[in-house]
Design a protein. Structure first.
Length: 280
């Protein structure tokens, strides 16, 4: 009897200790976030943001809102340079694009599972070993960025180019789209959605992904699918990341050629860029 009483006491004590630690951690985290949010954003940061094309497309109230998200991001993530010194410019440019994706998304404010940003000066050369029927081959390919659940790897040369000059591709949007995709536990091209929206999302994206895959396999008659490109046909996760790029970089073209796809992404990201006109 004494044994069970002692065990119960021990378990209750351990539970209380864990609860106390959690309460203290949560309180400490909230105090840190509150302190960050009380800081005004530095004018040097504003000057960097004004050079970013997508920042200038935001409404004034959205700009004010994203300033707070950026401050939280740069103060809660570890930025590590690989053969390069990390600058304020790097932090602000990276943080802006990460926070832009979730500016109107309610499920997360600051990528809580993400801890580290690794920054390389230039495009990385990655090595890959593949096996086919017992035959192993080695190859190299260029890598502008890479994403895992808690780490994002970025080539600063490519990120800077994409941030300051609007075109179809944006490595920062691409990699942080993967981070959003990871949030539901798997990289499958479906971000966390309300249950009622899963069916329509899956139907529209599956249809367009399959059509793109067929075009890419034949490598002819690309038509409107040229906007998405062959890399989007790699798998559903890459399709989601590429379409995210097009949604932010070329919303007019995406809406014109893929209206249903645009509507699904628009219902998720909820952006309204100023100065966006319909393409001819």
């Amino acid at each position: 009897m004494n044994y069970y009483f002692a065990l119960l006491t021990l378990m209750l004590g351990l539970g209380f200790a864990l609860l106390s630690a959690y309460v203290i951690y949560t309180y400490s985290k909230q105090k840190k976030l509150q302190k960050i949010l009380e800081q005004p954003i530095r004018q040097e940061y504003i000057a960097i943001l004004k050079r970013i094309v997508l920042y200038n497309r935001l409404k004034e109230e959205e700009q004010q809102r994203i300033h707070k998200s950026i401050l939280i991001f740069i103060n809660t993530k570890e930025f590590t340079g690989i053969n390069i010194d990390v600058s304020d410019e790097m932090k602000i440019v990276i943080a802006f694009h990460a926070c832009l994706l979730v500016l109107h998304v309610e499920f997360t404010a600051c990528y809580e599972n993400l801890s580290t940003i690794l920054i390389y000066p230039y495009t990385m050369v990655a090595r890959q070993v593949s096996a086919n029927g017992g035959i192993y081959t080695k190859g190299e390919f260029l890598l502008e960025g890479q994403s895992a659940s808690d780490t994002v790897v970025i080539s600063w040369h490519d990120a800077k180019k994409d941030a300051y000059h609007l075109h179809e591709n944006n490595v920062l949007l691409h990699e942080f789209a993967h981070e959003i995709d990871f949030l539901d536990g798997s990289a499958d091209g479906t971000p966390p959605l309300p249950y009622a929206k899963y069916h329509e999302w899956a139907k529209v994206l599956s249809r367009e992904f399959n059509k793109l895959s067929d075009v890419a396999l034949k490598n002819r008659d690309w038509g409107k699918y040229k906007l998405l490109g062959a890399y989007a046909a790699t798998n559903e996760a890459e399709f989601f990341a590429v379409v995210t790029e097009r949604y932010f970089e070329k919303p007019e073209a995406l809406k014109k050629h893929f209206p249903e796809l645009f509507e699904e992404f628009n219902s998720f990201y909820k952006m309204e860029f100023k100065g966006v006109t319909n393409e001819e």
